[in-house]
Design a protein around this ligand. Sequence first.
Ligand code: ATP
Ligand code: MG
Length: 368
Amino acid sequence: MNVLILGGGQLARMLILAAAPLGIRCQVVDPAAESCAADLAPWHRMAWDEVLVRRDLLDWADVITYESESVPCALLTALATQHKVAPSAEALQLSGDRWHEKQWLSRLGVPVAPHRCIDSLADLQAATAELGFPCFLKWRQQGYDGKGQWRLNAHSDLASIWQAAQQRPSILEAGIAFTREVSLIASRRAGGELVCYPLTENRHQQGILIHSRPLADDPLQAAAEAHARRLMQAVDYVGTLAIEFFVVDEQLMANEVAPRVHNSGHWTIEGAETSQFANHLRAICDWPLGSTRLLAPTLMLNLIGQWPSEALTLAERGAHLHLYGKAPRPGRKVGHLTLRARSEGELMSHWLRLQPLLPRSEQPSSSE
Ligand code: ATP
Ligand code: MG
């Protein structure tokens, strides 16, 4: 099988790594000046629209997939007239715009935070009067890792934040006093075969994911799976998808949907029987999906801005280091570290010993 991946970041890199043992060949398209997937597969730097005239690439590909929400929906729609594209343009269109996403979730009965559509300062004033403070202004499109969103604490913030947001089409969301954040990763194949991973608890700092921890037997697992099934069936989704949730009063409230493999699923590489990357490829190639069983207590730590000494990190048994080949830069995800252990206690010992080496020192959440 030949897979053309639109987007050349670390998600593409890890898809390529998962593709190799399955005999799948990959090529990557990305207009950016650099691609950290380029070490592993041919990278074609071109404007998105140019893909449409690259007959060589399109004829080569058995299936086209994407790893970034910045791929234009119109490109996917145009490609899908003659090629197999998975997940579909519709999935990206619904989740790539926070307003459409909220409507989609609400229509299917998945609870979301109270929110309003914002096109002007007057809209923002009216919406904050209704939703109160704190609240979050988020661009409808193109935000990630906390970029393109602002927390508003008081009326005096409105004008300056509306300027900072460049007056772009946005939504305002009520601030949610969640007890924890979790995500569900699921993979679905055409025809309906669907597998879900154990719910994962996530901790963010300044809008950036810092660590993820799969939870065996979380009481909200069945509810999260029901939401994923409904969303995926509604658009005949093919591939891997992630839903981020806030947990409020022990109930799930969806924050956002990512129509792709997801950072909170990186632990699946060592922690699950089949990784989210392998299952994405199996789904888009229309092959049977693999078991999502959690193999052992696992914790994934993002490496943000810089990475620790390879030699010191790898001296810790149970530590699996993934570096993305990116230059260090503040706030940038340059790699991740997955810790796997025989028991929760051993996992925490690994973590405590590694902590002094890591760029930051926050404690993992939940029951350690
Ligand atoms: P990513 O791409 O990393 O998932 P993002 O830029 O798309 O992030 P969100 O997922 O919307 O942004 O928000 C990032 C984090 O900010 C959330 O995981 C949560 O911790 C916090 N946050 C966002 N919206 C709210 C809200 N309405 N109430 C409380 N906290 C929020
Ligand atoms: Mg998010």
